[in-house]
Design a binder for this molecule. Structure first.
Ligand SMILES: *[C@@H]1O[C@H](CO)[C@@H](O)[C@H](O)[C@H]1NC(C)=O
Ligand SMILES: *[C@@H]1O[C@H](CO)[C@@H](O)[C@H](O)[C@H]1NC(C)=O
Ligand SMILES: *[C@@H]1O[C@H](CO)[C@@H](O)[C@H](O)[C@H]1NC(C)=O
Ligand SMILES: *[C@@H]1O[C@H](CO)[C@@H](O)[C@H](O)[C@H]1NC(C)=O
Ligand SMILES: *[C@@H]1O[C@H](CO)[C@@H](O)[C@H](O)[C@H]1NC(C)=O
Ligand SMILES: *[C@@H]1O[C@H](CO)[C@@H](O)[C@H](O)[C@H]1NC(C)=O
Length: 785
């Protein structure tokens, strides 16, 4: 089943639970299990008096937790105005018990909202004050139509205002379909179309489908995901947006003058995380979008774990995308949030642009000052106004360890023997939520959390919590151990942007190689997807509801995931489309891939977070980090059309009848279909190099008519690579030229992939293709030579 790729949030929760288990040697049953924030949702409010409603929440919670006091500690919010429900810290079993209560619609884990800003577009070089970038050259994507296939849209968001926009393009044939709390007056010159699809899901779930009180039977977004992705792709300018003061700035999408059309196919179904509906509905959405006249389709959804299902191009997204691409519509999809495991990338078809997630150059540093006046930098989302301290700093030790006391993860503190009221507590590893719980319970006023360095900031809910790496954690521990009365001061977080912060591929971003067609590089490209601020459903409108009320600040929220990186590329594609309406989807993909950045601004390498952390390779980020101002002038492109995709399908072993059905007219594959290695991709991937292989590519000159390009090749280690010819001379008659790349293995090895690259350059343009090769030589003990 499809599920959409905000999974980052859920995954982070999962990870923190796993960390708890790994970091504690004691059996989990003997200690209190980790409790996380859950939302207990109870549908429409049953009583007019908010106090009555809130008391009833309290009683329910007390009956599960055992006492009024425990209930007070656990309760975070009581929702009692627009609807009934509450947020509380609960263990899994407590959450289950509450879900059984009469009147409870569902209990869901809270989503982690990552504070972030509107920085990503400036970071990508699309500063709107500049007169000379892709944004201004393309007039901000004016007139281009982006279709978003997602959870719906919150039309009242300021990000969808249509100030300064011209009329709806006359070629537009879409509609604004009405439904629950949504009618044609909700569309405007920004949101020009909206449709919703639930018939297929109804057919599948029958009577079990009841979304009353959790989602709207209309294009209205009950979840927030689709509002966020739409605003990232094409939101209008909105000034003075921040999350509780962090990352303040002007919010806008990649193509602020492009128009949006929402195709709602994902629904909140009680007792499940989310459902993006059946093939029938998704295909209908594609069908309508093609008919309506969209130019770009943005899909932040995909199969959760590709290998668990019989997934190939016959899945609904790949199928729908095939039809869209056949009509010249570029289809952009998220890669998935199942990294950093290899072969986890989804949306693997060669006609799709598949987007990985990277960080941007922003952080939220927090100054930690010690009693000896030393200062240390940590990261946090400490949005309080006042600093904390100086107060005592302690590091509890876990007792009973075989090798004597060690520094504690704090997850399982016993308040009886730790004196921490009024102190800041230093904790190592473990889950930050369970540590936060324990420290709060023991009366601590702050938390310094030492852990593996990552780019994501943990949003502590009730205490300031500052993250540092293990090295700094050890320095702090030494200070505590060497000082008679260790003291510390925590300052509120600042927003830092700029060069000192290096770009990384996010650890959650799904990785190649492609598990369906190993010779097709996936993901194609990376774009910002960590801590992205964009529009979110505001608090419930008169009697309406939003699933996660109160989690956004003024209608803006911070989310992380490849769901967030995908619409960044969709926005950039819209800008390119407005400049080059005739470019094929393959040409646009080539322009993005061959111009992407493989080093950060200071020339350093781009790393990939994950296990282990390493320098990024094409399976992490495809061609690299998207670089829109270079993609606008790529020099050469590797183009493809339907013929190429048919060759691909033939060489993938699809039958004539399957392909004929897909194309809706009779097709016969050649007896010997061309090698899949010769698919004219802007990358070269050889999953099984025996001794030597020669690969064909054709480039089209889209730069100055008379151009001379020279090849340079960085051979992957142990591989000998040559290009023939190594000079390409373009003129008014020679616009398209072919060349071959021969790769030979120089060693008798079996093993992993090696990486290199091919670059064509005319001094003005550099056209880079990543090369990935896995040698597969029969070892000498087999062939005896
Ligand atoms: C559309 O909805 C708005 C607000 O709910 C309402 O005022 C308006 O009358 C509706 N328009 C139509 C055509 O139904
Ligand atoms: C659907 O859910 C709502 C809210 O929980 C409830 O009031 C209604 O009775 C349910 N409808 C059906 C048909 O089960
Ligand atoms: C920006 O928003 C903050 C609150 O978030 C408000 O205090 C401030 O006055 C606003 N500034 C402008 C220029 O609107
Ligand atoms: C720390 O700095 C303050 C003011 O700068 C000074 O008064 C104090 O003596 C210093 N403390 C130590 C331990 O150096
Ligand atoms: C800490 O408290 C636990 C019981 O709460 C007790 O078993 C243990 O001995 C105490 N440890 C110390 C060092 O006081
Ligand atoms: C273009 O280049 C080709 C091959 O190099 C050559 O045969 C042809 O004459 C050239 N055409 C022009 C107009 O210069």
């Amino acid at each position: 089943m499809d599920s959409f790729l905000l999974a980052m949030n859920r995954r982070a929760i999962l990870l923190s639970v796993i960390f708890v288990v790994l970091s504690d040697h004691r059996p989990i049953s003997t200690v209190h299990a980790a409790s996380n924030v859950h939302i207990v949702y109870m549908g429409k409010r049953q009583h007019h008096d908010p106090t009555v409603v809130s008391n009833s929440h309290h009683d329910m919670l007390a009956s599960v937790l055992g006492s009024k006091e425990a209930a007070s500690d656990s309760l975070i919010y009581s929702y009692r105005h627009g609807f009934s429900g509450f947020a509380a810290k609960l263990t899994e079993s407590q959450a289950q018990a509450l879900a059984e209560f009469p009147g409870v619609v569902h209990v869901t884990p809270n989503r982690l909202h990552k504070p972030h800003t509107t920085r990503s577009w400036d970071y990508l070089g699309l500063d709107f004050h500049s007169q000379t970038n892709l944004l201004s050259e393309s007039n901000m994507g004016d007139g281009v139509i982006i279709g978003v296939v997602d959870t719906g849209i919150w039309p009242e968001s300021k990000s969808f205002n249509d100030k300064g926009l011209g009329p709806v393009p006359s070629r537009w044939k879409g509609v604004c379909k009405s439904g629950e709390r949504f009618n044609s007056t909700n569309c405007n010159r920004k949101l020009i179309g909206a449709r919703w699809y639930i018939k297929g899901l109804k057919a599948e779930l029958g009577k079990k489908l009841n979304i009353t009180g959790v989602d709207y039977f209309s294009p209205r977004d009950g979840f927030g995901h689709g509002t966020h992705t739409s605003a990232t792709a094409a939101g209008s300018f909105v000034e003075n947006v921040s999350y509780k003061g962090l990352g303040k700035g002007t919010a806008r999408g990649g193509a602020p003058k492009a128009r949006l059309a929402m195709y709602k196919v994902c629904w909140n179904i009680p007792y499940t995380y989310s459902y993006c509906t059946t093939s029938a509905d998704v295909l209908k959405a594609f069908d309508d979008a093609i008919h309506d006249g969209v130019d770009v389709l943005s899909l932040s959804l995909g199969f959760m774990i590709p290998l668990y299902f019989d997934v190939d191009e016959r899945n609904d997204i790949a199928f729908g995308a095939f039809h869209a691409v056949a009509k010249g519509i570029t289809v952009v999809c998220s890669a998935g949030n199942d990294g950093s495991i290899a072969q986890s990338v989804s949306n693997t078809s060669p006609w799709i642009i598949t987007v990985a997630a990277s960080t941007i150059d922003r952080a939220f540093p927090t100054v930690v000052t010690l009693g000896n006046n030393r200062t240390i930098m940590g990261q946090s989302m400490f949005t309080g106004k006042k600093e904390i301290g100086f107060v005592g700093l302690i590091s509890p030790v876990d007792v009973g360890e075989i090798d004597g006391p060690i520094a504690s993860s704090c997850s399982f503190l016993s308040p009886d023997n730790v004196t921490m009221p009024g102190k800041v507590v230093l904790c190592f590893g473990g889950g930050h939520w369970s540590a936060e719980d324990a420290v709060k319970e023991a009366g601590g006023v702050g938390l310094i959390f030492a852990r593996n360095p990552t780019s994501q900031v943990s949003p502590c809910i009730e205490l300031p919590c500052v993250e540092v790496d293990y090295e700094i954690g050890m320095q702090l521990l030494n200070y505590i151990r060497s000082s008679r009365s260790p003291l510390v001061k925590l300052s509120p977080s600042k927003t830092l942007v700029g060069k000192p912060l290096s770009t990384k591929v996010a650890s959650f971003s799904s990785r190649g190689p492609n598990s369906i067609a190993a010779a097709v590089l996936k993901p194609d490209i990376a774009a910002p997807g960590v801590n992205i601020l964009a529009a979110f459903p505001d608090d419930p409108i008169d009697g309406g509801y939003a699933l996660f009320p109160g989690t956004s600040d003024g209608g803006y929220a911070f989310l992380s995931g490849t769901s967030m990186s995908c619409p960044h590329v969709s926005g950039i594609v819209a800008l390119l489309k407005s400049l080059y309406p005739q470019w094929s989807p393959a040409a646009i993909k080539s322009a993005l891939v061959t111009t992407a950045s493989t080093s950060d601004e200071s020339g350093g390498p781009i790393f990939a977070d994950g296990y282990p952390r390493k320098v990024a390779d094409p399976f992490d980020y495809g061609g690299g980090i998207v670089n829109p101002n270079r993609a606008v002038d790529p020099g050469l492109i590797y183009d493809m059309g339907m013929e190429d995709y048919l060759h691909y399908l033939c060489s993938m072993g699809y039958t004539n009848s399957a392909i004929s059905k897909l194309r809706q007219h009779s097709t016969v594959c050649p007896i010997n279909p061309p090698s899949i290695l010769n698919l004219n991709l802007p990358s070269i991937t050889v999953p099984n190099l025996k001794t030597s292989v020669t690969i064909l590519r054709t480039v089209t000159n889209v730069g100055p008519v008379n151009s001379v390009y020279t090849a340079s090749i960085e051979s992957p280690p142990t591989i000998h690579a040559t290009v023939q010819p190594h000079i390409l001379i373009f003129n008014s008659t020679a616009k398209k030229l072919s060349f071959t790349v021969t790769l030979s293995s120089t060693q008798k090895v079996i093993g992993g992939y090696y990486f290199g690259r091919l670059t064509w350059s005319d001094r003005e343009h550099t056209v880079r293709s990543p090369i990935s090769v896995r040698p597969e030589i029969i070892p000498s003990y087999v062939d005896n030579s």
